[in-house]
Structures are given as C-alpha cells and as structure tokens.
Write a protein that binds this ligand. Structure first.
Ligand code: NI
Length: 177
C-alpha cells in the first residue's frame, strides 16, 4: 500500500483559483484532484511510450460510403491477433457503430486507431487505451514465464483511467456474419 507524502508546490494564484473552482464543482479535495491529474498524466505518458495495453476503439460510419465496410473488415483481418473482438450495431438506415477491442503495445494501438479513425466515411469515434500489467498469465508466450519481473500481482489491472463513463448502455446488437 502506497504511503501519502506531503510536499510543497508553487503555483500561480490564478491557476489555483481555477483548480479550486474545479475542486468545488467535483466535491473533492485539492489533493484528490491533483492526484487524479497526476495519475492521468503518468498513464498518458506511459501509453505514448509503448506499454502492454488493451484498447477499445469506437467508430461510427456511413456504410453507404463506397468500399468502407470492406476496408474496415480487411484492415481488421490484417491486424490479426491484435484484434480480440468486435461488435457491430446497425444504428439506423445509414450509420453503423463498430467497437473494436485490441491488444498490443499501446503506441501501436494508438497508431492503428488513428488509421481507422482517419478513414473517409468514419464520422465519429474515439479510442480508450488502458495499460495492462505484463504478467498476462497463461497467454501463450513462454518467455513471459522466465522473466524476473513478477513483482506485480497476477491480475493487476491499471484501472486508473480518466473520464470514466458511469453508465453503460447496452445496445441490442448483432454480430456480423
Ligand atoms: Ni451496420
């Protein structure tokens, strides 16, 4: 269990006022808010450098755009094992929603996501990349067993992502044939 440490920070009074407004709005303490911000930034930096991660990529697209559906499918086939699962929902007559779950190095996942989000006809979307502890237990790779870096618990997930969405809607979905 981590210990709390106090330290002094110099900060512009105008910035502190803005922070305090946020503190009030969220009903937390200054320390809690600053800890959250620090954790989010530490996570963001690690993700940018490349750590084992999973990602959920959401795409909304117009399936009337020529070849788009085929391109998205072909890309996912190309990515092979990096794509763990995908969910396809026909939103309305023109639009499709696709959620793609991927696993791999965070920096690669980020590039893949940018590539998919940048395809013409993709109108909305976003990606959430979450670091996962290396241990990954029984995941095929025999080399993960003889490494000497087993200092984290077998199921140690990094769940400190920001912008948590409190409600999860469950759209009725059909998997694609
Ligand atoms: Ni569809």
């Amino acid at each position: 269990m981590a210990e709390l440490v106090r330290f002094g920070v110099a900060i512009e009074d105008t910035l502190l006022e803005q922070i305090d407004a946020l503190v009030k709005l969220r009903g937390v303490t200054r320390s809690e808010l600053l800890r959250d911000l620090a954790r989010a930034e530490v996570t963001r930096a690690k993700i940018a450098q490349g750590v084992p991660a999973v990602a959920s990529l959401t795409l909304v697209y117009d399936h009337h755009v020529r070849d788009l559906t085929e391109r998205l499918t072909a890309l996912q086939h190309e990515l092979g094992e990096q794509v763990i699962s995908s969910l396809h929902v026909h939103l309305d007559a023109a639009r499709c929603l696709e959620v793609i779950i991927m696993r791999g190095r965070s920096d690669e996942l980020s590039r893949i996501a940018d590539r998919l989000l940048g395809i013409r006809g993709v109108t909305h979307g976003g990606v959430r990349i979450v670091e996962v502890a290396k241990s990954g237990a029984a995941r095929k790779s025999p080399t993960s067993r003889d490494a000497h870096t087993h200092d984290d618990a077998p199921h140690d997930h990094a769940h400190d992502d920001v912008g948590k969405s409190p409600k999860r809607s469950k759209p009725r979905s059909r998997t694609r044939a």
